[in-house]
Design a protein around this ligand. Structure first.
Ligand code: ADP
Length: 542
């Protein structure tokens, strides 16, 4: 192997820390802006503990939100039930118009949204931009295709001409969303759009770290005409308000850790409501000998370090075929060491901060454990308090072994392990050797072969020559996880039909389906047997 192992890295430090965003503090996060957003939270009255929200760029407090309790959740539920009755009667064309106005508003005001996303999550601007684009894509998709998914469909009846059957779709009622901090705009809002289009009310519980983006998303929905209380945000601790929320809604959509996902799934089962869960991943990237090196390196950079690796679909395992291994790894190490890591509200920055001290501690623990057990550090491996309290360098490891924490668990940070393989079958087997099955990437110049291999990987999405965005942004196609990566899908038909109850209405004409009084049952049995034989043979009726 020709990779030079060097720990020191030439990341560009913040030249004048924070000056470039101090000058344009987002107006939504000024004391008045924060107070206006917090006023939208339904409250049942009484004093509430306040949760401090800090910007990961510096650790400074940017505002507080109330830690709502069960009474607040019940207040939101009561309002949602009232509002949903009227909303469900709103013509689909009106719902579509609201989504399209939201689409245009988000594009017009994307800069102020991105400012808030960055301030709350500490991510680089280019990664915050993806959040706005994602919501916009979902607005367009469900605005234009929602009625196709939701329309009443005639179905084949039990007997042609005699039985007439229709399938209707009704909103489930009130949908609860429990969202994580890593994509504070994309995840809850993109998931809420199809629920709203289907005629539901939504109550969102954002992560404790990132409530303001959820509130701003709600505020802008009102600005484009969504009636009051159809979309509400309750802030607070998941352990306290998760259970009353799940107890009161008709469907719960959860995105977060697999550990919390189990808890949510159990609660949903106790209340006999359906849920969708998008959970963890330990996603593999496979680079074949014939891959374009530059494209594979850029794919690895995006796949491993987007949002500082705090992305459920990010790559933490990179499998590289022997013939390209040395060239690919040395190019990737060089590119990783040159990444522009910084705090700032401009597009130059290539990677931002981790979200919190907890995340930083976990990343440090995984890397230190791997190094103590004999892993080789190819790039990164250090916290960068000189840039901000939770910054950590993008890190590449080699020679990892199954006893290491970073191999056994999802790190959810900017840390990837590189593995060498000879035969394609080995890579597929290794990629599938995981309790997770969320996303995967394959790099090859033979796209047809790549697509064929993709079908052998146990993952809900597989991207050929792309890290995650191709499958994720194809809003017409389902996205979600196999195995312990989740239940259910977002996007496409599944992404909206899950928020509906199907109802079959059948009308029987001319003769009943069952023997009726006075009919000889032998004659009925004979005639029905004949009818079933004929039906099996008629191409347009079977
Ligand atoms: P993390 O550990 O990275 O914060 P979680 O999966 O715990 O991720 O959090 C995702 C979301 O789930 C957050 O909004 C959090 O408040 C919420 N949450 C945490 N615990 C529970 C719980 N017991 N019931 C319902 N929601 C919860």
């Amino acid at each position: 192997m020709v990779v030079e192992v060097k720990v020191s890295t030439p990341y560009i430090p913040a030249a004048e820390p924070l000056y470039h965003w101090r000058q344009r503090w987002p107006h939504h996060l000024t004391p008045d802006g924060v107070a206006a957003l917090a006023r939208m939270i339904p409250q049942a009255g009484g004093e509430r503990e306040l949760i401090a929200v800090r910007t990961p760029f510096t650790g400074e407090q940017i505002g507080t939100v109330p830690a709502c309790n069960a009474a607040d959740v019940n207040e939101a539920l009561a309002r949602a039930r009232r509002a949903q009755k009227t909303w469900a009667q709103t013509p689909l064309a009106e719902r579509r118009a609201i989504l399209l106005r939201y689409h245009d508003l988000l594009l017009r005001r994307k800069d102020e949204l991105i400012d808030v996303i960055q301030m709350e999550s500490g991510k680089a601007r280019r990664h915050a931009l993806e959040e706005v684009f994602d919501v916009v894509v979902n607005c367009r998709h469900y605005a234009y295709h929602g009625d196709r998914y939701l329309r009443t469909r005639p179905r084949r009846g039990a007997l042609p001409i005699i039985t007439w059957t229709w399938e209707h779709r009704h909103p489930v009622g009130v949908v609860g969303m429990i969202a994580p901090w890593n994509y504070p705009f994309t995840i809850p809002i993109s998931d809420a759009l199809p629920a709203l289009m289907a005629g539901n009310a939504v109550i969102l519980k954002p992560a404790e770290e990132t409530p303001f983006m959820a509130l701003l998303g709600a505020k802008l929905l009102r600005e484009v005409g969504l009636p009051d209380d159809v979309f509400q945000v309750v802030t607070g601790h998941g352990r306290e308000i998760g259970p009353p929320l799940i107890a009161g809604v008709n469907f719960v959509g959860f995105t977060g850790s697999t550990a919390t996902g189990w808890i949510v799934a159990k609660q949903a089962a106790e209340h006999m409501i359906r849920c969708s869960l998008e959970l963890g991943g330990k996603n593999p990237m496979i680079v074949l000998d014939d891959a374009n090196i530059n494209s594979a390196v850029e794919g690895a950079i995006r796949g491993c370090f987007s949002n500082a690796g705090q992305l459920c679909v990010s790559f933490e395992r990179v499998y590289v075929q022997s013939g390209i291994y040395d060239r690919f790894v040395s190019a990737l190490v060089k590119r990783t060491r040159s990444l522009h890591l910084d705090a700032g509200l401009d597009y130059q920055v290539e990677m931002g901060s981790l979200v919190s001290a907890d995340q930083l501690a976990k990343v440090k623990e995984h890397v230190e454990d791997a190094l103590a057990r004999g892993a080789t550090l190819l790039a990164g491996g250090r916290a960068r308090p000189d840039i901000g309290p939770y910054f950590y360098e993008p890190t590449l490891l080699a020679d990892v072994t199954p006893d290491m924490l970073t191999v056994r668990e999802e790190t959810f940070g900017p840390v990837a392990a590189i593995y060498r393989f000879d035969r394609v079958d080995e890579a597929i087997q290794a990629a599938n050797d995981s309790p997770y099955g969320l996303n995967a990437g394959i790099w090859t110049r033979n796209e047809r072969f790549g697509r064929m291999l993709a079908r052998r990987i146990q993952a809900g999405t597989v991207n050929v020559n792309e890290a995650y965005a191709a499958a994720w942004a194809s809003a017409d196609a389902p996205m979600g996880g196999m195995k312990e990566s989740g239940l259910g899908r977002r996007h496409g038909a599944e992404g909206i039909l899950k928020y509906t109850e199907s109802q079959t209405v059948s009308a029987q004409r001319i003769i009943p389906l069952a023997p009726f009084p006075g009919l000889n049952v032998h004659a009925y049995a004979w005639a029905t047997t004949l009818a079933l034989r004929v039906l099996r043979r008629l191409p347009f009726l079977r």
